[in-house]
Design a binder for this molecule. Sequence first.
Ligand SMILES: *Cc1c(COP(=O)(O)O)cnc(C)c1O
Length: 242
Amino acid sequence: MSEDARRAELVSALGRVRARIADACAAAGRRTTDVTLVVVTKTYPADDVRRLAGIGVRDVGEARLPELRDKRAALAGDEAVTRLRWHAIGRLQRNKARATARLADTVHSVDDPRLVPVLARGAADAAEDGAAGPLGCFVQVSLDGDPERGGVRADALLPLCEAVATAEGLALLGLMAVAPLGADPDRAFARLRELSDEVVAAHPSATAVSAGMSGDLEQAVRHGATHLRVGAAVLGPRPPLG
Ligand SMILES: *Cc1c(COP(=O)(O)O)cnc(C)c1O
């Protein structure tokens, strides 16, 4: 596909997603400015990230460290790209967490207290590289208790939030979750909202909620999501994992 055709395709898909978000916000009595669209670029080429930056996207999400590293390197020096915020949304392995924290502006998937000191070291690396602020962190909570899919169990949520909030160089932004497979996303995100209320009671500034993907962003907005992680609805069918 030509550069112009791909760009036009992204412009129209992004417009459709923004319209869905606007409709969902209107239905929920919320302002669109309170919802951040993170376009999940995992498995799509670096050129798509560059095109997105050129058509007004500010936030992109990557799931795996090698891809995050390669894309940042490939796009270094591109003017529009330098304004992007990079979100790490995939499961964090402890041996990759430090490098991830160094390269990302925000991490969505903190789900184990053993990650906290490692992320703090990566945040210190980033500060030495010139990063302006702390590393924004979402604690990922499991809504189905299935450890295979990531997320801390609800009964261990508050101690993990406390560990993130008190770690040097990390800022607790709020909670992240993925709706359980086959479950009603409305119920899942309603539960997430309750857990978020508990976290905010202990950490008043941790009001962010990362929830909602291509298929369930309306339900997420209805239940207070502030960050939507949307891939396929913007970028089209996902290329297979390499
Ligand atoms: C891939 C991914 C998304 C985006 O999913 P789409 O269905 O492409 O919108 C969101 N969140 C996480 C954690 C992901 O891994």
